[in-house]
Design a protein around this ligand. Structure first.
Ligand SMILES: Cc1cc2nc3c(=O)[nH]c(=O)nc-3n(C[C@H](O)[C@H](O)[C@H](O)COP(=O)(O)OP(=O)(O)OC[C@H]3O[C@@H](n4cnc5c(N)ncnc54)[C@H](O)[C@@H]3O)c2cc1C
Length: 527
C-alpha cells in the first residue's frame, strides 16, 4: 500500500487542495458536532483535505486505479464514522447544507460510485463500523456494514466449523455494498444469495433516524436486499442467518485447453452444471493461454468446484453426471469450509486463514467489468467463435457461474434480484491492466465492450440483463446530481426487471426528495 499511496499522493494533492474552498463544507463541518453525541467526538472521524492522513484514508479503500487519477473528482471531506451517531450526523448535515454523500464500505464498486461524484460531495466511510456478533444458539449474527467478507467468514469459523455465510469470493469486499447489491458466491446453489439469508437490518434514513426491520417496514427491508443500499439510506448493519456446512468440504480446480477438448467439456458443463445436486457448484473460467506450439494462443478453461461433502461421494457423482471433465481423486482436496474460501481466492493450499483479516490495501490495477445472464445453452459452433473473439480481446477473461438449485426455488419478486428460475448462468467479463494513461484505458475498455457486443446473440434480450453488484455504467446512467426516470429505466430494468418499479415506489416513500443518489440510483418518481 505504501508504494501505491506514495506514487499517487503527489498527483492527488493539487486537486485535493483546490477543493477545500467550498462554503457548504464549512457549514457541514460546523453542523456535525451539533448533531452527534459529545461522548463520541465526531471531530476524530473527520478528514478534510488539509489533514495529513486525508489521502491515505481516501486511497486505501479505492479498489480500482481507473478512479485514482489526477482528474478524478475528490471529496471535500471524509467522515470515517466511529459511532452510529456519526452516520446520522453526516446524513442530517449533508442534507441541510446541500452536499452529496457517497457511502463507502469496502470500496469495491466497479465504477467507483462509492467515492467519486461530479458534484461537491463527502464520503461517509463505514470501515470503522465493523463489529461481528455471532450467536450460535440462534445460528445468526449481526455484522456491521464496514466488516469485510473475510472478517465475517473468519469470525464464523472461529466459533464453528459447520457454519458459513453465502457471500462473495473476494475477502476484502465490504458487507455494506456487497449484501445490498445481492451478493453471491460458491454457496449460491445450496443457499441462494446473501440477501436470501438476511433477516433484519439497521439503516439510517434520510431524516437521520435509525430504523430496524420492524420500524422501517417490509417495503424498505425488501428494497435494501438487492436494490442497492445507496438509493435508500445508509446500512449500519445486517442480521444474517448462518447456514450449515459439513465439517469437511471438497474443492478442485481442473484446467483444460482447447487441445484437450475444452470446448466439448464446456458444452457438457453447460448441460449439467445447473442440474447437479445443490451441494455442488462448478464455475467455469475461460481465459487466453499459450498454445502448445510456440507463438500460438489457446483457450484454457479452469473448472473450479466446491462440493459440500467428501471427495469419494463427489467422484462417484461426477463419474455419473459429468465424466467428460475426468475429475480424479488426486484433483480433490478435502478441507474445512473456511479453508475453501482461501482456495477460491487462488491462495496456495496451507495459507493461514489469518489472511482473511487483511483489510483493503488500495488499488492494485485498472479494470473494467461487465455482466450478462444466459438462459439458453450456447451451441458448440458459437463457443468456437467466442474463443476466437477472446483470443483477440486478450487479456480479458470470463467467469461462467451456474445458477439452478436453491436459486430456482426463490420467487423472482422475493427480493429485488430477479435472475432466478429459468436462468442458466451468470456471466462476468473482466479486463485488468497496469499501463497508465487514457490511451491504454480506452484500448482495454474497447476490447471488453467489443466482446460484450459480440456476445449479444447468446445472452438475455429485451432487456439484456446485468448484475447490479457488477456495476457497469455502459448499460445506462443518470447525472450525479439528478435521477431521471427515463434514464434510470435503462439500467433499472436490466438490473431488476419488473422489480425496478417496486423499487421506484419504495424510493418515493422513503426518500421523495432524492437525497441518496448516484449515477445508477433509483428515482423517486415514475416521470
Ligand atoms: C475483486 C472483486 C471480487 C468480487 N467478487 C464478487 C463476488 O464473488 N460476488 C458478488 O456478488 N460480487 C462480487 N464483487 C462485486 C462486489 O460485491 C460489489 O462491488 C459490492 O458492491 C462491493 O461492496 P463494497 O462495500 O466493497 O463496495 P463500495 O464501493 O463501498 O460500495 C458499493 C456500492 O454500495 C454502496 N454502499 C456501500 N456501503 C453502503 C452502506 N453501508 N449503506 C448503503 N450503501 C452502501 C456504495 O455507495 C456503492 O454504491 C466483487 C468485486 C471485486 C472488486
Amino acid at each position: 500500500m505504501t508504494v501505491i499511496l506514495s506514487v499517487f499522493s503527489a498527483l492527488l494533492l493539487s486537486v485535493s487542495l483546490a477543493a477545500n474552498s467550498d462554503p457548504s463544507l464549512d457549514n457541514f463541518l460546523q453542523c456535525l458536532p451539533n448533531n452527534s453525541l459529545p461522548s463520541y467526538p465526531i471531530s476524530e472521524a473527520i478528514y478534510t483535505t488539509d489533514n495529513p492522513s486525508f489521502e491515505s484514508v481516501l486511497l486505501t479503500y479505492i479498489n480500482n486505479r481507473r478512479f485514482l487519477t489526477p482528474t478524478t473528482p475528490k471529496p471535500l471531506a471524509i467522515v470515517t464514522a466511529l459511532h452510529e451517531s456519526h452516520v446520522q450526523a453526516t446524513v442530517v448535515c449533508a442534507k441541510s447544507h446541500g452536499l452529496q454523500v457517497r457511502i463507502r464500505s469496502g470500496g469495491h464498486d466497479y465504477e467507483g460510485l462509492s467515492y467519486v461524484s461530479e458534484v461537491p460531495f463527502v464520503i461517509l466511510d463505514m470501515f470503522n463500523l465493523r463489529s461481528i456478533d455471532i450467536d450460535l444458539a440462534s445460528e445468526t449474527a449481526w455484522v456491521q456494514a464496514g466488516a469485510t467478507l473475510g472478517e465475517i467468514y473468519y469470525n464464523i469459523a472461529n466459533k464453528s466449523n459447520v457454519h458459513a455465510f453465502p457471500a462473495g469470493v473476494c475477502p476484502t469486499i465490504g458487507a455494506g455494498g456487497h449484501i445490498s447489491g445481492g451478493g453471491y458466491g460458491t454457496l449460491m446453489r445450496k443457499y441462494g444469495l446473501s440477501v436470501d439469508n438476511v433477516i433484519d437490518a439497521k439503516v439510517v434514513d434520510v431524516k437521520g433516524n435509525i430504523l430496524d426491520r420492524q420500524t422501517m417496514g417490509e417495503d424498505l427491508f425488501w428494497a435494501i436486499r438487492g436494490g442497492g443500499g445507496a438509493s435508500f439510506g445508509v446500512i449500519l448493519s445486517w442480521k444474517i442467518n448462518l447456514v450449515r456446512v459439513p465439517a469437511k468440504v471438497t474443492v478442485f480446480k481442473v484446467d483444460r485447453t482447447l487441445e484437450e477438448g475444452a470446448t466439448d467439456i464446456f458444452y457438457q458443463w453447460q448441460q449439467v452444471s445447473t442440474e447437479l445436486d445443490k451441494e455442488l457448484f462448478i464455475r467455469a473460467m475461460p481465459q487466453v493461454a499459450n498454445g502448445s506450439v510456440e507463438g500460438t494462443k489457446t483457450i484454457r478453461i479452469s473448472f473450479y468446484g466446491l462440493f459440500l461433502g467428501q471427495s469419494g461421494t463427489l467422484i462417484s457423482m461426477m463419474n455419473k453426471r459429468f465424466p467428460e471433465l475426468g475429475l480424479q481423486q488426486s484433483d480433490c482436496i478435502e478441507m474445512r469450509w473456511i479453508e475453501s474460501t482461501l482456495f477460491w481466492f487462488d491462495l496456495p493450499n496451507g495459507t493461514s486463514i489469518d489472511v482473511l483479516l487483511n483489510r483493503p490495501r488500495g488499488a492494485q490495477s485498472f479494470y473494467k467489468n461487465k455482466s450478462d445472464y444466459v438462459n439458453h445453452i450456447v451451441p458448440k459452433e458459437a463457443l468456437e467463435r467466442i474463443w476466437k473473439m477472446m483470443i483477440k480481446a486478450e487479456p480479458m477473461w470470463m467467469q461462467w457461474n451456474p445458477i439452478g438449485g436453491r436459486m430456482s426455488e426463490i420467487p423472482d419478486t422475493a427480493t429485488p434480484f430477479p435472475h432466478r428460475a429459468g436462468y442458466l448462468f451468470k456471466l462476468q467479463y473482466s479486463i485488468n491492466w497496469r499501463e497508465e494513461g487514457t490511451e491504454a484505458t480506452d484500448r482495454y475498455i474497447s476490447l471488453i465492450r467489443e466482446m460484450h457486443d459480440a456476445m449479444a446473440p447468446y445472452v438475455t434480450k429485451f432487456p439484456r440483463e446485468a448484475f447490479q453488484n457488477y456495476r457497469d455504467l455502459d448499460i445506462g446512467s443518470s447525472p450525479s446530481n439528478q435521477t431521471n426516470f427515463e434514464e434510470a429505466k435503462e439500467y433499472g430494468l436490466k438490473y431488476f426487471k419488473g422489480n425496478f418499479l417496486r423499487l421506484v415506489k419504495v424510493k418515493g416513500m422513503v426518500d421523495p426528495d432524492n437525497f441518496f443518489k448516484h449515477e445508477q440510483s433509483i428515482p423517486p418518481r415514475w416521470m
